[in-house]
Design a protein around this ligand. Structure first.
Ligand code: SF4
Length: 382
């Protein structure tokens, strides 16, 4: 195995974890705010929700010996340990609480039949990766009949992208940790998407993927130790970043000065006003649409007239395939795979900007692609 041990003394505020590694790759400045300056972020409802459901499953599988807790006990535990932080209001919290009950009830009904106490529930690990301390927690580890291990990580958020389990660094880190600390080989890695009760499982990671993660861990530890915390602004990320008011990127922006060219300044303002008006009109049209649909439904009409316009109700059907693995299997079997296989540019772009994907692969993809720049005009009030 290649060793990437660092030549410099490492000073980390805390052991690296999958999330701190990802945070550093996303924006080193944000990592600094969170882990060096220790400025807490606002509580987020999706973290509270995820932890509440995880804790219930930990209780469900964490008994010393069968039988499993009953559904009533599981739901009572969920209610008693519910985490309230970060919800918009009471109604939002209640809606999420009910969603958690729904998930746990369906999960219980599906899995009480194959209930087995796992090898480990919430396995906490501390590891040294070529001298860098790393820590983490695996939701569930099972021992297979041949003695090898299976790793499972529960997800409560939005649907998983099709290839998430085969590229995600979190599972790679878990395989690395379990193999080093337990001395057993990992055979299977899986994400379990709780809202849809679907599992996405893959075989163990090949050595190259594990090596590339080791290298990233050492490189990140060196960058943190060297005090490299450059901000990496990106509109989508910064928009939701709690540290925006403190961030140098947004502090150093010069105060806006209207263009000296009067014609240009006039055009900018006119464009801004029109965009603002368009957004308002769109919002109003959305509300009116809802109102009209309600009226039509109440009266049982599909069409109605004003003095100058008419509206008619039409439905558009949208298919969704949750069990993508099974769908692909069927298509492959029928020999039609090539007909639907078309790597889409946004998906490849996602891979190229994913710090967890092998840098060599990202560079090779960049070489194969060609970029076209299309001018866009963004506008915001000053
Ligand atoms: S506002 Fe943007 S650049 Fe600044 S810390 Fe947050 S994510 Fe990084």
């Amino acid at each position: 195995m290649v060793k990437y041990s660092s030549a410099m003394p490492l000073t980390l505020p805390r052991p690296l974890s999958h999330s701190s590694l990802t945070l550093y790759a996303e924006c080193p400045q944000k990592y600094k705010f969170k882990y060096i300056d220790k400025i807490p972020e606002k509580p987020r409802h999706f973290f509270s929700f995820g932890s509440s459901v995880h804790q219930a499953l930990e209780f469900f599988y964490g008994v010393k010996a069968p039988p499993a807790p009953s559904l009533e006990e599981l739901l009572a535990h969920y209610r008693e340990h519910w985490i309230s932080a970060g919800y918009k209001d009471e109604a939002h919290e209640d809606q999420c609480f009910q969603e958690g009950r729904r998930i746990l009830t369906l999960f219980y009904r599906k899995h009480i039949r194959d209930y087995q106490i796992p090898f480990f529930v919430e396995y906490h690990f501390d590891l040294s990766v070529d001298g860098v301390p790393v820590k983490g927690r695996v939701d569930r580890v099972d021992r297979l009949l041949d003695g090898r291990l299976a790793i499972l990580d529960y997800k409560t958020g939005k649907a998983l992208s099709e290839d998430r389990a085969s590229s995600d660094g979190q599972l790679t880190m878990y395989q690395m940790a379990l193999e080093e600390l337990l001395g057993a080989q990992v055979a299977r890695l899986a994400f379990y998407h709780l809202p849809t009760l679907t599992e996405q499982a893959v075989d163990r990671r090949p050595p190259g993927q594990v090596e590339s993660l080791r290298r990233r861990i050492v490189e990140t530890a060196e960058a943190v130790s060297a005090g490299r915390f450059e901000p990496r602004p990106e509109e989508r990320k910064c928009q939701w970043c709690d540290y925006k008011p403190l961030c140098p990127v947004f502090q150093e922006a010069p105060p806006p000065v209207p263009s000296e060219d009067g014609e240009l300044s006039r055009l900018v303002d006119r464009y801004g006003e029109l965009q603002e008006r368009a957004a308002e009109l769109q919002e109003e049209a959305g509300r009116l649409k809802e109102e009209l649909l309600e009226h039509l439904a109440r009266r049982g009409y599909v069409r109605s007239f004003g003095a100058r316009y008419e509206v008619s109700r039409a439905s558009s059907l949208k298919w969704e395939f949750l069990d993508k693995k099974r769908v692909l299997e069927l298509i492959r079997k029928a020999g039609l795979y090539e007909r639907i296989l078309a790597p889409s540019a946004p998906k490849i772009e996602q891979l190229m900007s994913d710090p967890l994907v092998d840098p060599d692969l990202r560079a090779a993809l960049e070489e194969l692609g060609s970029k076209t720049e299309t001018p866009e005009l963004k506008v915001k009030p000053i």
